[in-house]
Each structure stands twice: as C-alpha cells, then as structure tokens.
Design a protein around this ligand. Sequence first.
Ligand code: CA
Length: 222
Amino acid sequence: MQLLLVEDDDAIAEPLVEGLAREGFSVVRVASGRDALAGHHPDLVILDLGLPDMDGYSVCQQIRAVSAVPILVITARGDEGDKVLGLELGADDYLVKPFGFRELVARIRAVMRRVPEPAAEGVQELGPLRLDRRARKVFVGAGEITLSPKEYELLVLLAADPGAVVDRQTILEEVWDPHWYGPTKTVDVHVASLRKKLGHPEWIETVRKVGLRLGGALVGEG
Ligand code: CA
C-alpha cells in the first residue's frame, strides 16, 4: 500500500516514514502543499495542515476535487471547529498532534477498511489463484478449493494487499475477533491447513515474529 505523507517537519516526518515502512507501507514523503499536488497516486494521504507554502485545508480540498483517495489529516490544531472543517473539506479522519504511532497505524487501517476494495466486488487473480469474493469461491488453476470460513477470511485478508506483510495482531483482529485473547496457535493451525489445501505451501510465507504475507508465484516472485 502506497502512502503519501505531507509533512514539512523533519522531526515528525522521518520517524513516521521509518515506522510506516516497518509496518509494510511504502511511503512517499513531501514537505509542501505544492509537492503534495504534484501528480502522486497514493492509496492514502496523510496530510499535515500546517504547511509552509499553502493552507492544508486548501490542499485537502484540491486533492478531493480530483480524487477519492482517503485523506487522514494530522494537525496541531485541536479545535473542534478545525476538525469539522477538515472533515467537511473531504478528509476521512483527523488526528491531533502529538499522537502515538500505534494510533496512527490503527487510523490508517480503519480508514482503508472503509474504502471498498477495488477487488472486493469481483474476481481477483493472483497467478494461478483466483478469488471470487461475491461467490466466496477459491480456485487454483481450474480446480475449486473448499476452505473453511476462517481459512477463506485469512486468504482474503492477505490477498487485499498481495506481498505485504500482515501482522499477527491484525490477523487475529480481522479474521477472529477484535477482542481475541486466545492462543495465537489457532492462526498457525489454520495457516497449515490453508497451505495444504492450496497445495503450494510457499504461497503463504511466515515472516518470523511479524506475521504472514502472500509470496511465491502469487506475487510474481517465481
Ligand atoms: Ca507542519
């Protein structure tokens, strides 16, 4: 997932770029409103309102005029009026500085979840794997694979951003329950079963101590 971070303050931007990259996001950072409007095509914009060259609200409005991309506003202005204005001008969410990094990541994921996946309606093909979300069917080559509901949800979650690492907490929250505190071994059992059913264990990679990602032929890695 591509993020565009619009933030002029290096002391804020640099750790964010690093942290977000560790979370598996690919981040382009710009430091001015003019650069923010210079033809980027991100999946989400993180927009600081206090920019040196332009009013952040105007940047927000100009992005929204040409694109439906989700915009997450970050600002030092904690005013309720600012928040309302930001949301009225098309921002999807609003975070007041100083905010915690986990909070930012949670907001990014929440905003992205509200955006309909382009593939959510139809059929997604990843190499020999075909996911038909409307019919909840999975095919490998010409053969249909029968998955349990959890196996299916897990595969769909990983396929939402092929190749990106999804951390275990997110998997537990998305596929199991937002308040899952049970044994995380449950995930391993379902992954093992899913790998077996797909017949290509390398398609679901375990990233040690982090989580899972789709790999191998599904993302053109051979
Ligand atoms: Ca600023």
